[in-house]
Design a protein around this ligand. Sequence first.
Ligand code: NG6
Ligand code: CA
Length: 502
Amino acid sequence: MIKTRSVVYLLCGIIFCLPSAFSQTSRPNVVIIYADDLGYGDVSCYGAKKVATPNIDRLAKAGMRFTNAHTTSATCTPSRYSMLTGEYAWRKPGTGVATGDAAALILPGRSTLPLVFQNAGYKTGVVGKWHLGLGPQGGPDWNGEIKPSPLDIGFDESFIMAATGDRVPCVYVENRRVVNLDPADPIKVSFKEPIGNEPTGRANPERLKMKHSHGHDFTIINGIGRIGYMTGGKSARWKDEDMADIFTEKAVSFIEKHQAEPFFLYFSTQDIHVPRVPHERFAGKSGMGPRGDVILQLDWTVGQVMQTLDRLNLAKNTLVIFSSDNGPVVDDGYQDQAVELLNGHTPAGALRGGKYSAFDAGTRVPFIVRWPGQVKAGVSNALVSQIDLLASFAALTHQTFDATTAPDTKDYLSAFLGKDKKGRDYLIEHAGTFSIIKGDWKYIEPSQRAKKSIETNTELGNDPQPQLYNLAKDVGEKINLAEANLEKVKELQAFLKEVKEG
Ligand code: NG6
Ligand code: CA
């Protein structure tokens, strides 16, 4: 009798608990804070000693810190393309680093990460760096309506810069329009030939407040030479020093505005990409020059988002991801003393290579997931890829997606939530050259490309010979074991071929 009664109580309990448990755990707010060019070793919770990132550390302390999380590519555009579409960028030609006037790379009519959330009834927003092209073939009309834009592929609201801080046009785009544009002073942009007669870094170096070390010698905007020519749009031009404040303010107001409904915010910071121009609150504060200062600024940004979630009582029901789009680079084209003032800091931690590299520092990045009550605090060594966020969040929010347009994303939700500590069986990295990680092994395909970038002083991981590393024993990829393990090389070669053709 007692037994029957307790079973009945138990069943009633389950039935009554279900709706609330279901809604709590299947519709959390989701915020992805996506840093630019932040290396595995650039934050203190990943071992940095020379620079402190207390807010990012606090996020890590309350959440799961991943040690083996990857972007799909060692540069921005392809990493973001893969994360937002669930398709490896290398399957689609033209997804390398995009120019500032590139046409939209992600077109309407396919599954996307924001669309998964939109279909699940979320309000969706993107703030910060886009770098996935805008407008039709031939590029966007900067002086008119910008379409396609993020609004056409799943975002309800958008406040972005088109490409990068170092590429023209140096203006913000809100939804379909350039912000503060004076129609009497139209914007023209060219990446091919000079337009207008504004000074350039090449012709007028005396006008620069930050000199270039390589490239970046076209139109000077705010005292900084950029990639590409721009004329007009004077009232719309950004001031680099204020950019972190402006993007953070937009991210915070998006959260405030949608606090009463589920929301998804893709907050893609311009920090710590070049040009590194901190606000005066951070300038000179790290002792490592602008590169260190913008790490402090990035940490402040993360703190502002966390404070907002606390203030609005949303922290508990918000899943926050913090990560980066590719590995670190020290000299990426400006003389900003990043090299001289590094002061023993190791942006890639114990990893080899960096941004642009087939070695692991190219794609292995900080990755933190915080979701109080749902994700235990700790460290996970699971092998995870940002490409799987689409399928995993579709699983979380009980949505389906079109696997023909998003063929490479897989549901690894339980790995992202820190429950499955193994993650993927294999993972593909791309830096022009392909690599595959499977179990403890990493294979880098033979490549005739340069072994080193002289400009950025990065080991690119290319070698005409096959490379095989045991990451469990040799995370720094120092000892090439290919010759002694030809069977393993063959196995991974065949497997990589299969994935490429699949
Ligand atoms: C390179 C730029 C580099 C950076 C990179 C893109 C030069 C010499 N170098 O071509 O400064 O802008 O493109 O970086 O122009 S990413 O993080 O957006 O992929
Ligand atoms: Ca980047």
